[in-house]
Design a protein around this ligand. Structure first.
Ligand code: NAG
Ligand code: NAG
Ligand code: NAG
Ligand code: NAG
Ligand code: NAG
Ligand code: NAG
Ligand code: NAG
Length: 531
């Protein structure tokens, strides 16, 4: 019996010696005992929980570790360190965390997930028969265990009501200032757990991965683990989710029962899977703002140009115009028709403004546009009178007023275009042997040849008939006398035209080149003055 025990003891110590120190910088090829949903990913990451609700996962070092070496049976000093990361979509609603444990058993089939963290169940929590020591990284506050908050580190013995706990963070080595850490931030952090078998002091230290172990531990407590642990213990990790899901990873782990846990080579640690929304590539991060800025600038410029264009072509419209509406031209069309009121389209300059030749964009209609300048003596009243009366007056022998345009107080009258020397053609087109005369009263159609003197007489008579003053126009009886030669036609001399007549004619908006002598092709001089 004694021999048997001795033999057993030797066997155990032999297996334990090889196990008293190990380091896993990533778990590729590690012979971990996995339970629940825990698994080692192909790149060596220990995934305790994969982000599904109400699960538990365990991972244990495969061999039990001898914890009592000395004759007095006290649990010896041990030291562990591990690197972890917890991902939660919302770090403040996260379940439930990771516990590092040293336990008499690696059979967790009776434990519960959720707040029990896969370590105990609602019956066994806190019972001495559990025989475990654990360090919890708790991301959920459970009042039944008197959790201080939803982001704390606790030292647990046989249950989840911590012996000591602290909000997650670390004390720096300079004045020991405390710095908060968020466990479920997916930030990679390292934990150190140190138990001194003589003083029974347990120290737990937390720090971001990039930092060396802080001198001051996060939590300390004195607890004799000899009363808790058995001779042989299992070391590993336990984790769970409840209704709040999380993803819990251990990246590396080291353990020693002889001196401090070996340092974990952080350069060999496995990569964490990417979480959350797709990060934007650097190229996009640079190009996107430039493209956006360029777009805004271009869009802004276009809007400014459009507004300026609108203002440029902006027109005034009043009630009286509604009636006359159809005859109104847009400034834009006239601007285009006259190539921007270009000088080479200038037909003449009259007392009231410049007259330009143009071709309307769509209809290709040739027009003459008279711009009446701001400082013109032709006021609004006269303008209205002209537009309304002359616009309505249609006569084939009067140069037709097509319409008008108004913009920023600028007035433009649009007439039928007639080139210099075109009046004779207007009166007589050889291709259409019809002599068109200036009055409905005299409308003689000539077939074939015609007498030049007669034609001349007709023209002069026509001009007389269309005199602006009705009392100067001949009566029908007089017209018949002139045509029959019984009465000579009175001479039309420049002196006959007073300035008041000219003024009137200007108001009716004749302009240079409009009337020409059919025989000489010259603009009728008596009418050209002051246009
Ligand atoms: C997590 O593991 C469980 C159990 O193996 C499985 O049913 C579930 O699909 C896994 N979820 C993800 C997100 O991998
Ligand atoms: C893994 O651990 C188990 C349990 O201790 C053991 O039976 C097995 O031989 C180990 N395998 C390797 C490859 O070490
Ligand atoms: C774990 O414990 C349960 C109940 O205590 C038992 O039924 C089961 O067989 C044990 N599993 C192992 C692998 O020992
Ligand atoms: C523990 O939970 C089980 C199942 O939910 C329930 O039947 C049992 O009564 C609970 N025990 C205690 C002590 O609350
Ligand atoms: C330590 O703290 C002091 C004062 O708080 C500060 O001036 C100093 O820069 C700190 N040193 C380091 C290494 O952080
Ligand atoms: C650290 O966290 C605690 C608990 O959440 C909070 O009370 C404290 O204000 C935080 N300190 C800093 C500096 O953020
Ligand atoms: C808990 O830990 C803190 C920080 O190390 C320490 O000051 C405090 O005395 C500890 N409380 C107990 C009950 O051990």
């Amino acid at each position: 019996m004694l021999l048997h025990l001795l033999f057993l003891g030797l066997k155990l110590s032999a297996s334990a010696t090889s196990n008293d120190q190990f380091v896993y910088p990533g778990f590729t090829g590690a012979n971990l005992t996995l339970d629940g949903v825990a698994k080692v990913t192909p790149n060596g990451l220990l995934e305790l929980i994969n982000g599904t609700a109400w699960l538990k996962g365990h991972a244990c070092h495969p061999n039990p570790i001898l914890f009592r070496k000395t004759a007095d049976g006290t649990v010896q000093s041990f030291s562990a360190s591990y690197v972890f990361a917890i991902y939660c979509v919302q770090p403040d609603i996260c379940g439930h965390g990771i516990a590092f444990f040293v336990a008499a058993s690696n059979n967790f089939s009776e434990t519960m997930q959720g707040q029990y963290m896969g370590l105990v169940n609602n019956d066994t929590n806190g019972k001495a028969t559990n025989r475990f020591f654990a360090v919890e990284l708790d991301t959920n506050q459970n009042n039944e265990f008197q959790d201080i908050n939803n982001n704390h580190v606790g030292i647990d013995v046989n249950g989840l009501k911590s012996v000591n706990s602290s909000s997650a963070g670390y004390y720096d080595n300079n004045n020991s200032n405390f710095h908060n850490l968020t466990l479920a931030s997916y930030q990679v952090m390292q934990v150190w757990v140190d138990y001194d078998g003589h003083s029974k002091q347990i120290d737990v230290t937390l720090a971001p991965l990039s930092m060396a172990k802080p001198i001051k531990p996060l939590i300390s407590t004195t607890y004799d683990l000899s009363r808790v642990l058995t001779d042989m213990v299992y070391a590993g990790f336990s984790s769970s989710t409840g209704s709040f899901i999380s993803q819990q990873y251990v990246l590396g782990w080291s353990f020693s029962t002889s001196g401090p846990a070996p340092a974990i080579d952080i350069t060999k640690l496995p990569k964490l899977p990417r979480q959350g929304p797709e990060p934007r590539s650097k190229v996009l991060e640079i190009i996107l703002p430039i493209v956006s800025a360029a777009f805004v600038i271009v869009a802004g410029t276009i809007i400014i140009l459009l507004v300026r264009r609108r203002l440029k072509y902006a027109e005034l419209r009043e009630d009286w115009e509604v009636e006359f509406g159809p005859h109104r031209f847009s400034y834009k069309d006239l601007f285009r028709a006259t190539e921007g009121f270009n000088d080479h389209n200038l037909l003449g300059i009259g007392g009231f403004g410049r007259v330009y030749k143009g071709v309307l964009p769509v209809s290709r209609l040739e027009i003459a546009a008279k711009r009446i300048s701001h400082d013109s003596k032709q006021g609004m009243k006269e303008f209205v009178a002209e537009v309304v009366s002359i616009g309505r007056l249609q006569h084939r022998n009067l140069v037709q007023l097509h319409g008008y345009c108004r913009r920023k107080g600028e007035l433009i009258l649009v007439y039928e275009y007639m080139s210099n020397g075109s009046l004779d053609k207007y009166l007589y087109d050889p291709e259409k042997p019809t002599l068109r005369l200036l009055s409905d009263a005299v409308d003689i159609k000539l077939q074939g040849a015609y007498d030049v003197d007669e034609a001349c007489l007709m023209l002069k008579l026509g001009l007389l008939c269309s005199h602006p003053f009705t009392n100067v126009r001949p009566s029908m009886r007089q017209v018949m006398h002139y045509l029959s030669g019984e009465m000579p036609l009175p001479e039309l001399l420049p002196e006959n035209m007073s300035f008041s007549i000219l003024s009137l004619m200007q108001n009716i908006s004749f302009y240079p080149g409009m009337l020409t002598d059919p025989l000489t092709n010259n603009t009728i001089s008596s009418l050209s003055g002051g246009r």
